[in-house]
Design a protein around this ligand. Structure first.
Ligand SMILES: C[S@@+](CC[C@H](N)C(=O)[O-])C[C@H]1O[C@@H](n2cnc3c(N)ncnc32)[C@H](O)[C@@H]1O
Length: 469
């Protein structure tokens, strides 16, 4: 493998002279991820002050190291196995992370000279509870440098699944599943796209400014800002010059950060001003605020979640965007809903909890924490949530089921199970969908799908159902 083969696109200026702080901070995050059941997002959120305090160049390196090591973990581990004098399992977790950090710089980051990658990694071992292993770290990294071709990849003919899994650093069970469903060529493209650095996509708040005004406002904040043709109101921020929360246009509520596929889900629901709309798994409100925007801040949006802290943040977000029609309600959808507690809704969005296998580009840590068996559990919960929500949909009303997964068990099969028990609902015909923007993403079966390798967006699935009677 050469660096250029799989080199991630630079996120912003990288330091020519690496610093110890970025590496130590990255190691701290990787260790925390190993030691507790938390997501990378939640750890980065807890560490926001520390990350903010890093000089800008160190922050760029920190991000590259954390995301790069998580993205390429399986491949880096194969390199460790090929060059270490003891099996991977016998290497302590913190030492494994130190080696991964060093090897990632050697194999994937052009701007860091090999000698600097080795020296700083050995120094990291000395200062981070692995001083006795500094010689071992030095030996592994120097061996990997001497023999760049010895990377421990399984033979492509004898073990095609293992080869794709290790070369693309994807869990073996997921690669086997994707090859079965898509064939080897498309599965390889999908794996490659999952390993690309996802773009930063914004959603214009049309109630505060139009796209041209927002682009002008963002000029000082990024090298370039480009509209996304397939998604009206979406922009890509190229090489941002500062963190999003430091941008004036953000403070002024002129945009939100949201992938194009997620924006299309709200467009598929297509809420109108004056309607009564339910966002049934609202989370932090990424889609809730979009729905209120599309409704021109007229009508009523009820946002549900079972986590009160998320609803508090959702309210803050609605305030930032000056959206006044959102009401939050803490509700556990695992339990049947008392219909007298709620109005009947013109439209309901269920953006259901799922395996998240469609957003691995953005959450590479989830590659190593999602398991095949989880998918069946998510699917059962999704059917349960749909059943509990069905009585709240008005006659001729719309129910959109969506999730950020491309796996049929938690997508098509959930909808089919629901429809079997609820013959009063039907998949809305594509010709009945007035929001034309979503039509290119609708299959002949009436389901909405996006994928990173075909649309350069997150992988989402959605079904738009109409309550007939
Ligand atoms: C995919 S996320 C929603 C993301 C959100 N719609 C957005 O666009 O930002 C799923 C949400 O379902 C919520 N959830 C999970 N189990 C739930 C339950 N039993 N009742 C209500 N909400 C639940 C989670 O807290 C999470 O916020």
């Amino acid at each position: 493998m050469t660096k250029s083969q799989h080199r991630p696109a630079p996120q912003s200026d990288l330091p020519n002279r690496p610093t110890a702080d970025a590496r130590a901070a990255a190691l701290g995050v990787l260790e925390r991820l190993d030691s507790r059941p938390a997501t990378l997002d939640s750890i980065l959120e807890n560490e926001a002050a520390m990350i903010d305090a890093l000089p800008r160049r160190d922050r760029a390196l920190f991000n590259q190291l954390v995301y790069g090591v998580l993205r390429w973990r399986l491949r880096l581990d194969a390199v460790i196995s090929a060059h270490a004098s003891r099996p991977l399992k016998k290497i302590a977790p913190n030492l494994r992370n130190i080696l991964r950090l060093g090897l990632f710089q050697i194999r994937f980051l052009d701007r860091i000279p090999a000698s600097a990658a080795v020296n700083t990694t050995v120094a990291l071992a000395k200062t981070h509870r692995a001083s006795k292993a500094a010689g071992f770290v030095n030996a592994v990294l120097r061996s990997a440098l001497r023999e760049p071709g010895r990377d421990g990849l399984p033979d492509a003919d004898a073990d095609p699944v293992g080869h794709l899994s290790v070369s693309q650093s994807m869990p073996r069970w997921l690669v086997a599943r994707w090859i079965d469903r898509l064939g080897p060529d498309e599965a390889a493209l999908l794996c490659e796209s999952v390993n690309t650095i996802p773009p930063t996509i914004l959603r214009c708040n049309g109630l505060k400014n139009n796209l041209a005004e927002l682009m002008a406002a963002l000029e000082p904040d990024a090298e370039r800002v480009e509209p996304i043709k397939a998604v009206p109101g979406a922009l890509q921020l190229i090489r941002p010059r500062r963190a999003i929360h430091r941008m004036q246009a953000f403070a002024d509520g002129r945009f939100s950060v949201q992938d194009g596929a997620a924006q299309l889900i709200s467009l598929l629901l297509d809420p109108k001003p004056g309607e009564t709309v339910l966002d049934a798994c609202a989370g932090l409100g990424g889609k809730t605020t979009h729905l209120a925007q599309l409704m021109e801040n007229q009508g009523h949006v009820v946002a549900l979640d079972h986590v009160p802290a998320k609803l508090v943040r959702l309210e803050k977000e609605a305030g930032r965007m000056r959206l006044a029609i959102i009401e939050t309600r803490r509700t556990d959808l695992n339990r049947p809903i008392d219909p007298s507690d709620f109005p009947r809704f013109d439209r309901i969005l269920l953006d259901a909890p799922c395996s998240g296998l469609g957003v691995l580009r953005r959450n590479p840590d989830a590659k190593w924490s999602s398991f095949k068996k989880d998918i069946a559990g998510f699917a059962r919960r999704q059917v349960r949530f749909l059943e509990h929500l069905a009585p709240l949909v008005k006659k001729q009303g719309t129910l959109v089921f969506a999730d950020c997964s491309m796996e049929p068990e938690e997508n098509e099969s959930v909808v089919k199970q629901f429809l079997k028990k609820h013959p009063n609902f039907a998949i809305s015909a594509n010709k009945a969908i007035t929001e034309k923007t979503v039509l290119p993403f609708m299959g002949a079966d009436g389901f909405f799908r996006t994928a990173p390798h075909t649309h350069h967006m997150d992988g989402f699935f959605a079904a738009r159902l109409t309550r007939m009677c």
